[in-house]
Ligand binder design. Structure first.
Ligand SMILES: Cc1cc2nc3c(=O)[nH]c(=O)nc-3n(C[C@H](O)[C@H](O)[C@H](O)COP(=O)(O)O)c2cc1C
Length: 167
């Protein structure tokens, strides 16, 4: 049973829940959805709203769904799903039916695809999207280290519309 909580009630540590536990970015419509693992991003406040930001490389299949739809979800799963998170982060939905093969269930929350096994889901509405530009990097070694193929991330900033938790 999903229960809605207020952003202030979310006591998770952002560094752990994104950087260490990882999340699944899910997007699509009722006909087709895709999800990918992400461990970069953040949550905060922007333009007077509670927001999440994510960064997605151009070759990700999930990006097609993110760009097409107005909303997406961020899904945080219990530790026992680490194997599934690894799978969702190494195989592309272009090549395999990831949702079926992973065994994870796609459900809908507020008409947005979400992962049924999540302990917490953030339903997000896109506010801003911009591809990172090489000239904007102040530390040039970041470009050398992370973008040898020039596949710069697109940064998405999205309003967190609702947060749901389940036991
Ligand atoms: C732990 C982990 C974190 C990842 N974080 C990101 C990320 O923040 N941004 C991104 O573009 N790709 C990230 N990836 C890579 C994608 O999850 C991976 O390329 C995935 O297969 C893309 O699936 P898709 O093509 O079905 O969208 C991460 C992978 C792993 C394993």
């Amino acid at each position: 049973m999903w229960k809605e909580i207020k952003p202030e009630e979310c006591k998770d540590n952002a560094f752990s829940m994104i950087g260490k536990e990882w999340m699944l970015i899910a997007a699509g419509d009722e006909k087709k959805a895709n999800a990918m693992t992400a461990s970069w991003g953040g949550i905060g406040v922007m333009w007077g709203k509670n927001v999440a930001y994510i960064v997605v490389r151009p070759q990700r299949y999930t990006k097609e769904f993110l760009d097409k739809e107005e909303r997406f979800s961020l899904n945080f799963l219990p530790e026992k799903y680490r194997k599934e998170l690894n799978y969702m982060g190494t195989v592309s939905g272009r090549n395999e039916d990831k949702m079926a093969k992973s065994g994870l269930n796609v459900t809908a929350l507020e008409a947005v695809p979400a992962i049924g096994e999540s302990r917490m889901v953030m339903v997000c509405r896109k506010m801003f999207a911009q591809e990172m530009q090489e000239e904007s990097f102040i530390q040039k070694e970041t470009v050398e280290k992370w973008y040898p193929q020039n596949d710069f991330h697109t940064l998405y900033i999205a309003e967190i519309e609702k947060i749901f938790v389940q036991e």
